[in-house]
Design a protein around this ligand. Structure first.
Ligand SMILES: Nc1ncnc2c1ncn2[C@@H]1O[C@H](COP(=O)(O)OP(=O)(O)O)[C@@H](O)[C@H]1O
Ligand SMILES: [Mg+2]
Length: 490
């Protein structure tokens, strides 16, 4: 241990203005910032949360009120201090906080003025305000006993206990906006709609289990559940436990579009759309941190868009999972990566099947076997696609060909054209680009040479010279890939 008393010291107090800018740059957006404030309400046992705003152009305010336990004056001052709790401290099992920063960083990320009113049961209301302009001016971290207009001290009286967080001067959203500018208002309302959707997603488990109600401009927010568990066509996998049962992983393959109604399909699009919503959903104490992210283990691809995998972690594993201040990043500990990857690989394999076959089961249904028109198969290590020779269409075509050969060929070609297994081909090409076969690769080329000979003879009989015939054939797909045969044709 160093003997500190032997050394000279000098104060090096954080400089207010640069500290503030650092806080502001943590990378929240308004959705994640509001959610972080509501985390505090939930940790304080609130049953109801009200998110309100009043459009006033650049003077627009936004408030988040809860009926939680509230704080007394000392507790509020402590809460307003940046770093009010040690991140290393153990937290109660339900606590959604970690760094003792959220209230401040989330608020400052959007607004230059933060006022918090709070009231404990049987106590009077207390309040304090951070004003970043004032801190900048004085260079001191001093709170102001200031209440913005439109608010008064009685705002919490009817609740018994609770907390009201007010953001003013929300420069990250409404800077330079004028109240009478309808375009600006539209933009603002669009952003607010995003906030609402984000809350419906992040807190869906709390809302579903009726632990909390969140009102948005006095309308109750309905939960958004990513897994469509009430849909019959949703496939759920049995859960697997990690880290001595502390972490639980459970996979879902959502139904193919053809198996759900339009409304459900739109609902499941969520805030980011089907493709972006694929991946892991990490919940920390039931609160959603990540909504569709493959955690660097896989890439997002169209054919995996039906797959969503739930991972539940407790707050005691924050450090292992590298939970960040914004609570929008989590990384699995290295030792569990393989297990998570293996689990996800199984779910993904099933998800691709559903995507490819439009939710059709390939298994026997009612004792009848599914008959595909196209069959994918491997020749050597390359993939090829062939028409199923057992398909009833072929028999029908043969029969029809006896009387109407042109029609028979046309019908057959039409069916083949319309059913090209492009999804299946795309998936294989994307996953194993080296394994796509070329025409006639790896098989006897004699039939091609024979066909070219026949075509050559036919062209000569139509009056072409041998040279002309060869040029014509050399420009016909796929014979253009076999021009070397032409040299030996006479
Ligand atoms: N709505 C609230 N109701 C009661 N206490 C609150 C509320 N918001 C914040 N606090 C108190 O302020 C502290 C600091 O909050 P915050 O800066 O978000 O950090 P953290 O949530 O990581 O503890 C919380 O731990 C809590 O004690
Ligand atoms: Mg917090």
């Amino acid at each position: 241990m160093i003997d500190f008393s032997k050394y000279q010291t000098t104060p090096a107090i954080p400089e207010a203005s640069s500290m503030i800018e650092t806080f502001r740059a943590i990378g929240y957006n308004i959705e994640t910032a509001v959610a972080d404030i509501i985390d505090n309400s939930i940790s304080a046992n609130a049953k109801n949360v009200w998110v309100n705003f009043d459009w006033k152009g650049a003077e627009t305010w936004l408030s988040i009120k809860d009926d939680g336990t509230g704080m007394n004056n000392d507790e509020l001052i402590q809460a307003m201090r940046p770093g009010s709790k040690n991140p290393l401290a153990d937290r109660s099992l339900k606590d959604l906080g970690r760094f003792g920063l959220g209230l401040k960083t989330a608020s400052f990320s959007q607004a230059r003025q933060l006022t918090v009113l709070s009231k404990k049961q049987d106590n009077s209301t207390v309040y304090w305000t951070w004003d970043l302009d004032y801190v900048n001016q004085t260079g001191n971290w001093d709170l102001l006993k200031y209440l913005p207009e439109s608010f008064d001290e009685n705002a919490l009286t009817e609740l018994g206990s609770g907390t009201l967080v007010i953001w003013n001067d929300i420069d990250r959203v409404v800077k330079h906006f004028r109240q009478n500018d309808n375009n600006a208002l539209d933009k603002f309302l669009f952003i607010m709609e995003m906030v609402k959707k984000h809350l419906a997603m992040v807190f869906h488990r709390f809302i579903e289990s009726k632990k909390i109600k969140i009102y948005f401009q006095d309308n109750e927010i309905k939960p958004w559940n990513p897994f469509l568990q009430s849909e019959q066509a949703t496939q759920s996998f049995s859960e697997e436990q990690l880290h001595n049962g502390k972490v639980i992983i459970k996979g879902f393959v959502l139904p193919h579009k053809s198996k759900i109604d339009e409304e459900t399909y739109k609902y499941a699009e969520g805030t980011k759309g089907w493709n972006e919503h694929q991946g892991f959903y990490i919940y920390r104490n039931e609160r959603l941190l990540l909504s569709g992210d493959w955690l660097g283990l896989f890439r997002k691809e169209e054919h995996y868009k039906l797959i969503r995998i739930q991972i539940d972690i407790p707050n005691s594993l924050d450090a292992d999972w590298q939970i960040d201040i914004k609570k929008s990043v989590a990384r699995p500990p290295l030792i569990y990566k393989d297990q998570i990857k293996n689990y996800a690989t199984k779910v993904r394999a099933q998800g691709v099947e559903v995507y490819r076959h439009r939710g059709k089961t390939i298994k026997q249904t009612n004792g009848q076997k599914f008959v595909p028109l196209w069959i994918d198969h491997k020749r050597g290590d390359k993939w090829f696609y062939k028409i199923n020779r057992e398909h009833p269409l072929l028999d029908m075509a043969k029969l029809q060909a006896q009387t109407e050969p042109d029609k028979a060929i046309e019908t057959l070609i039409r069916f083949i054209e319309e059913n090209i297994p492009s999804k299946s081909i795309y998936i294989k090409a994307a996953e194993e680009p080296e394994t796509q076969g070329n025409p006639f690769e790896g098989i006897d080329h004699e039939p091609i040479r024979k066909t070219m000979e026949t075509m050559f003879a036919s062209l000569l009989s139509k009056g072409k010279t041998p040279e002309e015939a060869k040029v014509i054939i050399a420009n016909i797909d796929p014979f253009n890939q076999f021009v070397h045969f032409l040299e030996f044709i006479n």
